[in-house]
Design a protein around this ligand. Structure first.
Ligand code: HMG
Length: 387
């Protein structure tokens, strides 16, 4: 029985910053951000969008095309959690009107969270082949105004339906995992912005990629040339480009070209959205599916990385007619609806979103009709509404 990704839904907030504007404001050469970091734009979440509301909006992209009664598991991966106790997934379950019998919880290991959820869902569907699972990754990457990490911020969510006989990607059994207790990036409870050893984090990312990629090839008796594409966690596209350079090192011209071309396709959405932590690898998978024109059966490698740190490499094969499940025009419209912020406007939105509204204060969203948003708290209970 094949198990894998049957639906993918994507959401990003309705505001963004242009990297050229940011470079000018920070007295940097724009090419440092455009080429050195490899980003064009970054989405910005205002006070009305949080991990929960973005996760609802991503899942709403496909919820009317699935049998809700079959959903037996809902797992939410995030490092932008809204509560120390209650799972983000319970708010989502209510908004989606899922049945009470669903098993639901939140998982965390930095950007690895959605891969953890996906692997739990894969195993769940293997044991319960007549049920399906929803997995969501949703995050706001915040380092702070004027910090070196500022250019690598972003916000968004990816939601996926995992089921038997999937329509998009059939996941292969097996994986190679590697973990170490290190301090490359973390966010203590008191802080809304991440702490990061930036240069160190990039070295660890590449080290974990090398280790897990080589271990996976050995485990499955595969060569680099067997892969039609490799997708990566993309905190910024230059980071993943460095990993892709490692992957093609010493390969023949045909393999190098194949993996370089597929990398170009996989980075397009991340260039405009920025880092979306848990959702980042799957945003790059979506971008690959939309832009690469890969044949059914193509072998796609996936490298997941979560600081702290956890790396994992696994793979899947594209299913016949997977294109029918992808709606590139709608994803482009989602990006194009975003309002470009001036840098002072962005700084105001950013700083306001670091604070919780007063309890009882009602927030309204300026997004399109049908968008879910955080409407404030009543007696410290979070309220989510549809515009
Ligand atoms: P920085 O101080 O801007 O770095 O910080 P830099 O001065 O080395 O410049 C970056 C690149 O721009 C360099 O290229 C420069 O040469 C180039 P590289 O050597 O890397 O190839 N450059 C130029 N290129 C063209 N024209 C120019 C020019 N000037 C310079 N004029 C850093 C960069 C990434 C460290 C910082 O933004 C940061 O700390 N970001 C956050 C941390 C991060 O994203 N780390 C990634 C790995 S860890 C990870 O992926 C996990 C994460 O997603 C969290 C989680 O798991 O939850 C972050």
């Amino acid at each position: 029985m094949q198990v894998g990704i049957d639906k993918i839904g994507f959401f990003t907030p309705n505001k963004y910053v242009d990297m050229v504007d940011l470079a000018h404001a920070r007295n940097q050469d724009p090419n440092k951000f455009l080429i050195g970091i490899g980003q064009n734009e970054m989405s910005v979440a205002d006070q009305t969008q949080d991990a929960v509301s973005m996760g609802i909006n991503a899942t709403m992209r496909y919820i009317n095309r699935i049998d809700k009664d079959k959903v037996g598991l809902l797992v939410f991966g995030t490092e932008s959690s809204v509560d120390q106790s209650k799972s983000a997934s319970l708010f989502v379950k209510t908004a989606l009107k899922l049945k009470p019998e669903v098993r639901t919880f939140e998982v965390k290991e930095a950007c690895f969270g959605l891969t953890a959820a996906l692997m739990i869902a894969r195993d769940f569907v293997r044991v319960h082949p007549h049920q399906t699972a929803i997995v969501i990754g949703s995050d706001i990457a915040r380092y702070g105004v004027g910090t070196p990490g500022e250019v690598t911020q972003g916000a968004g969510s990816i939601s996926m339906l995992i089921k038997a006989d999937p329509s998009i990607v059939a996941l292969n059994d097996g994986h190679s995992a590697y973990s170490e207790d290190i301090n490359d990036f973390w966010r203590p409870n008191f802080s809304r912005v991440a702490m990061v050893e930036g240069k160190y984090s990039t070295q660890v990312y590449l080290d974990f990629f090398t280790k897990t990629f080589n271990a996976y090839k050995k485990q499955k008796n595969l060569k680099t040339s067997d892969f039609d594409a490799i997708t990566y966690h993309m905190p910024f596209t230059k980071m993943a480009l460095k990993a892709n350079r490692i992957a093609v090192e010493g390969q023949d011209e045909e393999t190098t070209k194949k993996l370089e071309n597929s990398f170009e396709a996989a980075k397009q959405l991340s260039r405009r959205v920025g880092n979306v932590y848990t959702a980042s690898l799957y945003l790059s998978l979506l971008s690959l599916l939309e832009n690469a024109n890969l044949a059914a059966g193509s072998l796609v490698g996936l490298f997941s990385y979560g600081s702290g740190a956890m790396g994992e490499f696994y793979s899947g094969n594209l299913v016949t007619d997977y294109e029918n499940e992808i709606d590139q025009a709608k994803d482009m419209a989602l990006l194009d609806r975003r309002k470009k912020l001036t840098i002072p406007e962005y700084e105001d939105v950013f700083n306001a979103a670091l604070e919780d509204p007063e309890d009882g204060q009602e927030l309204d969203s300026d997004d399109e009709k049908g968008t879910w948003y955080f409407a404030g708290t009543k007696d410290h209970v979070r309220q989510y509404k549809e515009k």
